[in-house]
Design a protein around this ligand. Structure first.
Ligand SMILES: *Cc1c(COP(=O)(O)O)cnc(C)c1O
Length: 453
């Protein structure tokens, strides 16, 4: 063991391949289905909206997928990201636990999301695509895609959930700085948007609606493809650079984690850190893996494992996942990036197989943890990441109660510099711990598509 604070890998140790957990799962992932026929979809079904290289990655069972050199070259702008031992937080908690975090807020957009927006832009560019249509909730994915688009000369059109468009003008400004166009969703530009506006002209929008708008634009224009920032297999794949680096960095620290923690919105930053550890777990390593979600949008802890649509307008294939129902509207919260009705099929499957645990927290207890973390370690966590901070602190307090050492590793998926209004509201006592509406959840689950399995 060492007494360092940061564990840094040199640029030449940047991973050369992404790790695909689908190669090692004891039971294969249920396939995506065509909503019309109920049959597994093929590459041709996805070709209107994704480039072929991405479709191939979506279905591959190869264990390692080489990272193209132009992508590694851009990753070098911020990767390998640091692994930090939170020594001051340990001291403040007076715990025998060792707390490590992998810090993804060092990317240009401030989160883990450029780990996938960069390769997605690369493959689209390689196949001659000119424009990308995508959606964004709080704006992290939109700004990450805008950044990647600017590096590869792609036009990027972002449908941003209207409530965030109005509440987070600086994320919008960041997207525009990178040259992207940002449109509040629901918008009158698409049939999906017009249908929502006809029913509710004041709709605040949701991720599910914004996805429908972006998919519709991509499907209806030859020069445009769609890009998704989470949920899908290829996104989980791209994020595994996080865990591959972390395994090497924990070895530099001379320790192995007893517990690995990440917040779960669509599941990608969790997959990124956890899947390489689940590979080791399948090989015999003793490690607990914990996903943390908001109590207001409790996909893993309260959702049903079933085939469902990825979007509100029902344009996407059906995927088997933990879902609250595609028509479920989670209450507003500051962790916009965690407000999605579904969960990555791979993460859902891993939970079904008993390879991970999930827990849910309310937002005020997460902000309390984030503030304590910031006052010890200096970094202000994104509201999404604060869920992982809460769980890490609780694990450290449990170790203290037991009087035993515990090695904790969590993913600090992003910084909160664009979310300071949320902190202001927290300090003013304005944040409420909203529960989801149980009747609305039951109704949304009642509308799950019927699928013969
Ligand atoms: C988008 C986002 C998340 C949630 O998305 P996942 O796909 O679950 O990782 C978490 N943290 C930050 C900082 C984000 O920007």
């Amino acid at each position: 063991m060492t007494d360092s604070t940061k564990y840094l890998l040199a640029e030449d140790r940047l991973p050369k391949a992404w790790y695909n957990l689908n190669a090692d799962l004891p039971v294969p992932l249920p396939p995506p289905l065509h909503p019309g026929t109920g049959q597994p979809i093929g590459p041709d079904d996805l070709a209107p909206i994704f480039p072929m290289a991405i479709i191939a990655q979506e279905v591959t069972t190869e264990r390692w997928v080489e990272i193209p050199e132009p992508v590694r070259d851009i990753y070098r702008l911020w990767r390998p990201s640091p692994l930090v031992r939170a020594r001051r937080l340990e001291k403040a908690l007076d715990t025998p636990a060792h707390i490590y975090f992998k810090y993804e807020g060092v990317s240009p957009a401030g989160s883990h999301k450029p780990n996938t927006s960069v390769p997605q832009a690369f493959y689209n560019r390689q196949e001659g695509v000119k424009r990308i249509a995508t959606e964004t909730g709080a704006g992290q994915w939109g700004s990450s895609m805008a950044f990647a688009g600017s590096l590869f000369g792609l036009e990027v059109e972002v449908y941003m959930v209207k409530i965030s468009y109005n509440q987070k003008p600086y994320r919008r400004a960041l997207m525009e700085t990178y040259g992207a166009t940002c449109i509040p969703s629901p918008s009158p530009l698409t049939a999906s948007g017009r249908a929502i506006l006809a029913a509710d002209p004041d709709s605040n929008g949701s991720l599910g609606i914004a996805i429908s708008e972006a998919v519709e634009v991509a499907a209806s224009r030859d020069d445009t493809k769609y890009a998704l920032g989470s949920v899908l297999n290829h996104v989980c794949l791209h994020q595994t650079v996080i865990g591959e680096e972390a395994i090497e960095q924990m070895a530099m620290a001379g320790e192995q984690p007893d517990v690995v923690i990440a917040c779960t919105g669509g599941g990608s930053n969790f997959a990124g850190l956890a899947f390489p550890y689940i590979r080791e777990k399948l090989k015999g390593m003793t490690v607990r893996v914990v996903g943390v979600e908001p109590a207001s949008c409790p996909t893993l802890t309260r959702g049903t494992y079933a085939y469902d649509f990825g979007d509100t307008g029902h344009l996407t294939p059906l995927v088997k996942m933990h879902t609250l129902g595609s028509t479920f509207m989670p209450p507003g919260s500051h962790a916009g990036g965690l407000r999605y009705h579904g969960m990555a099929p791979m993460v859902s499957h891993v939970q079904q197989l008993g390879l991970m645990e999930a827990r849910a927290y309310h937002q005020t207890e997460c902000f309390a943890a984030a503030v304590q973390f910031a006052r010890c370690e200096g970094i202000v966590p994104a509201p999404e990441s604060s869920h992982a901070v809460r769980a890490a602190i609780d694990e450290a307090l449990a170790a203290k109660a037991e009087g035993r050492k515990r090695v904790i590793l969590f993913n600090l998926s992003g910084h909160g510099h664009f979310d300071m209004q949320a902190y202001t509201d927290y300090f003013a006592g304005k944040l409420q711990d909203l529960d989801y509406d149980a009747a609305a959840l039951a109704a949304a689950l009642g509308e799950l598509p019927a699928v013969a399995e």
